[in-house]
Design a protein around this ligand. Structure first.
Ligand SMILES: [Zn+2]
Length: 128
């Protein structure tokens, strides 16, 4: 069985949960977590695991592989709104836009993207 490796460190846990930030000054959330709050400029941004459930806000299908992308196409891509009040740009588990509806409930999951040169499964997050 192949080992699973994250496509990028620091973006999600294996639970899975997205690793965001929460501003101690204004209370707003961000994803991905950055050193500064994009809303008030404070540098007091604490790590916050974001809700794994959200609603679909916008979506499309990517039909041509972006530069450097080694996974399958087409794949779904869109924006999901989380209860914390932020919208995250995300891969979607569903690649057929006609199967999706505005406001539908979606849940975070980990999906296999491709195999790396060592035979490991490279995983990323998707809502579906
Ligand atoms: Zn802030």
């Amino acid at each position: 069985m192949a080992d699973a490796v994250a496509v990028h460190e620091g973006l999600f846990t294996t639970e899975p949960r997205l690793i965001g930030g929460n501003c101690a000054a204004c209370g707003r959330h961000q994803f991905p977590r950055g050193p500064l709050c994009p809303y008030c400029g404070s540098d007091e941004v604490d790590e916050a695991l974001l809700s794994p459930s959200g609603t679909l806000w916008m979506w499309t299908a990517v039909t041509a592989p972006p530069p450097g992308y080694r996974g399958d196409v087409p794949y779904g891509f869109g924006v999901v709104e989380l209860p914390e009040g932020l919208r995250v740009i995300t891969r979607l588990a569903e690649s057929d836009p006609s199967a999706l509806t505005f406001g539908q409930a979606v849940t975070l999951q980990l999906v296999r993207l491709h195999s790396d040169d060592d035979g490991n499964d490279v995983v990323t997050w998707a809502f579906g």
